[in-house]
Structure formats: structure tokens, C-alpha cells
Ligand binder design. Structure first.
Ligand code: NAD
Length: 346
């Protein structure tokens, strides 16, 4: 019996070659995860956050999240994503705000079997969650998409929305940085066809008249106001404290991914409201999984304002990582690295 332990190292390029940037595949995986989440076939220890300072450090010096999870069904994956966030990175160093790795563990021995880039996977799975959301909660004929924040996340958000709402033909982009907005439009126009991109003056213009609008910024102060939100729109809230409290109060349906996780997170609008005693959890229409599994209604008419907030779950990352690992093994991609030849002790 061999005693050496090899694990597979997968770079971002390897993850990409294994299909990590294929949004349709990501949406299928994530929809399955969300369904299993509703069925209770998962283990999700609370995300722990390492930061220097208080909650406001999230938008200044940054933080590192550790996100373990096990997901069951026919996925059977366990592991952890370790992901940093430094909002200054794109501006100061021309580096991404977020970067991370995922460790995948063997289901039988529980030994680490792969370490891979988690940066691409994290952005893709966050987009894919919104793809699942839009599939169930956007107006069927959604045409106009407003994006607030011209960063990494709204790139994958855009890809996901286009994958499930093929009639989107106008994309409005708002960012505090005009350079970021321009770069976003130039780069995404090469990837996303059949839409017109328009840089708008601010959040108000991006929200008004949009069938779907997505807030994915690192703002400390709310940027979306109640009066801007049209009837029938879907607001996908990806970032931090991005809307005024009454935007959520006004929504006909409030949907979240996992309330237990979200309520303790402390940086999203809805968890701030909750901690201040200003949000009653009985006002949550559903967790996304119960809509995916048909237990709760999704969108019921074209008048409803629907608000969705995701906290993000480690089970999404490990599920995608498992898919990538299986692809890598099948295609012979990646670099086998030795953790030991013979364990020091048994
Ligand atoms: N819910 C989830 O699962 C999940 C997953 C990943 C990231 N996120 C969150 O998404 C957010 C965006 O992440 P990213 O990787 O795209 O960051 P990024 O740094 O790449 O982009 C953020 C953009 O927001 C812009 N911005 C900041 N304040 C703004 C304001 N007031 N109005 C308009 N634009 C503003 C910045 O200029 C920047 O271009 C972060 O808050 C992150 O924590 C959530």
C-alpha cells in the first residue's frame, strides 16, 4: 500500500480549461446545490471572518473569509474556500479585490486531494446564483439590466443574466470610477454580444427603468433609494450596505439564500436592519432553494418588486471545485504535488 500523498494543484488557467468560465454549466451546478440546500443535504459551518478592525474594515483595509462546507446528493464534496478581500487592490495595485484558494478533501480518507484557484470559481458561482435567481424571479421578458459597480462580480452577473434572460438587450453601467465603467464596457462588449452598453451617471439612472438591477459594490453607505425602484423589477443585492432600509420594506417579496448565515454577517443592508431590530425575518418570502424545489412561489406577476440578497455559501464553492477536479482528472490537467512520501507518523 502506497503511503505517499499527492494532491492536484490547479491554477486559474487550469480551472478555466476545465470549464470554470462556462456559465451555463455553473448555473446547472449551483441550481443543484441550492436545491440540496433546501433539502437539508449539506453541512455549512458559519463563515468566519478575519479582519483587522471593526465591520467598517470590510470597505477599507479588507478581510479574509474562511468558508467550509459539505454538499451531498450526487455531488458529495467537502472542502473550504479561503478568500481575501482588499477593496483597495484594483486601484492601488491593479490586482483583484478578492483572491482565494479552495481545498477539496477526499470523501473517504478526508485527506486533501486538490488545491485550486478559488478566485475564478468564486466569481463564477456568485454570478451563477444570480442566474438561478433571475430564472425564477425576473420578469420573463426582461430587457433592461442595470449594473451598479463595474467590478469583477458584475462581469459574471452579466454573463449569468444573459444566460437565463436572452432578451436582455440594454445594459446600463454605473461606477464611481468612470475609468472602471469604461473598462468594464470595453471588455464585456467583446464577450457578451447582442446588447448595447451604456455608461450612466450614477445608481439612480441604473436603477430607474431596469427590469433587473444588480448592486455589486464595496460601498459603505446605501446607494439605492426606494423611489427609484420600478414595479416589476428584480433587485439582486450582491454587495454590502447598498440600499436604504425602505427599499427592502417596499419589496413585495424578499428572498435570501440562507437566512441563518446572512443574519449574522453584519455588513449587508438586511443584516444591519436585523441587528438594529428593523427587520422581521417573518417578512422573508422564501429561501431560494424552496422556490427552486417548487415549495414556494417565484414571481407571480409582472408588478411585483422582488428583492434578493445572497450571503454566499461555501457549499457552492466546493461543489464547483469538485466538478473542476473531476474534469481535471479526466483530461489530465493540473500538477500533482507531493505532500509527503511517507507520513511522519501514523
Ligand atoms: N454575495 C456573495 O456571494 C458575494 C460574492 C462575492 C463578492 N461579493 C461582494 O460583491 C461586491 C463587489 O465585489 P467585486 O469583486 O466586484 O469588487 P470590485 O472591487 O472588483 O468592484 C467594486 C466596484 O464598485 C465600485 N463602487 C464602490 N462604491 C461605489 C458606489 N457607491 N457606487 C458605484 N460604484 C461603486 C468600485 O469603484 C469598483 O469598481 C463586494 O462587496 C463583495 O464582497 C458578494
Amino acid at each position: 500500500m502506497t503511503m505517499n500523498l499527492e494532491f492536484l494543484f490547479l491554477s486559474q488557467d487550469d480551472v478555466n480549461r476545465c470549464g470554470g468560465a462556462d456559465m451555463k454549466t455553473m448555473i446547472d451546478i449551483i441550481e443543484k446545490v441550492i436545491s440540496l440546500h433546501d433539502k437539508g443535504d449539506y453541512v455549512l459551518p458559519t463563515k468566519s471572518t478575519l479582519r483587522w478592525g471593526g465591520l467598517d474594515a470590510e470597505t477599507t483595509s479588507g478581510r479574509i473569509n474562511s468558508m467550509p462546507g459539505f454538499i451531498g446528493g450526487d455531488i458529495q464534496a467537502s472542502g473550504i474556500k479561503w478568500i481575501s478581500s482588499a477593496p483597495q487592490n484594483p486601484f492601488k495595485y491593479n490586482l483583484p479585490r478578492a483572491a482565494g484558494v479552495i481545498v477539496l478533501n477526499n470523501p473517504e480518507t478526508l485527506l486533501p486531494e486538490s488545491i485550486m484557484d478559488g478566485t475564478l470559481i468564486s466569481a463564477m458561482r456568485t454570478g451563477a446564483v444570480s442566474g438561478v435567481v433571475a430564472k425564477h424571479l425576473a420578469k420573463e421578458d426582461s430587457k433592461v439590466l442595470g449594473l451598479i459597480g463595474a467590478g469583477v462580480q458584475n462581469r459574471t452577473q452579466l454573463k449569468a443574466i444573459q444566460a437565463v434572460c436572452p432578451n436582455i438587450d440594454r445594459v446600463k453601467v454605473a461606477d464611481l470610477s468612470l475609468d472602471r465603467a469604461q473598462k468594464f464596457c470595453d471588455e464585456m462588449a467583446l464577450e457578451v454580444k447582442d446588447v448595447t452598453f451604456e455608461i450612466v451617471s450614477g445608481a439612480e439612472e441604473a436603477v430607474r427603468g431596469s427590469d433587473i438591477f444588480i448592486t455589486a459594490t464595496v460601498t459603505e453607505k446605501p446607494i439605492v433609494k426606494k423611489d427609484w425602484v420600478d414595479k416589476g423589477s428584480l433587485h439582486i443585492h450582491v454587495g454590502s450596505h447598498e440600499c436604504e432600509f425602505d427599499v427592502i420594506d417596499q419589496a413585495d417579496k424578499v428572498v435570501v439564500d440562507d437566512w441563518e448565515e446572512l443574519k449574522h454577517r453584519g455588513v449587508e443592508t438586511i443584516s444591519i436592519m436585523y441587528s438594529e431590530g428593523k427587520f422581521d425575518p417573518s417578512n422573508i418570502h422564501a429561501e431560494l432553494g424552496s422556490i427552486v424545489n417548487g415549495k414556494k412561489a417565484g414571481r407571480e406577476n409582472d408588478e411585483e418588486r422582488i428583492y434578493f440578497n445572497s450571503v454566499g455559501m461555501g457549499i457552492e464553492d466546493v461543489a464547483v471545485a469538485k466538478y473542476i477536479y473531476d474534469q481535471a482528472k479526466a483530461k489530465g490537467i493540473g500538477q500533482a504535488l507531493n505532500l509527503w512520501n511517507k507520513p511522519a507518523f501514523v
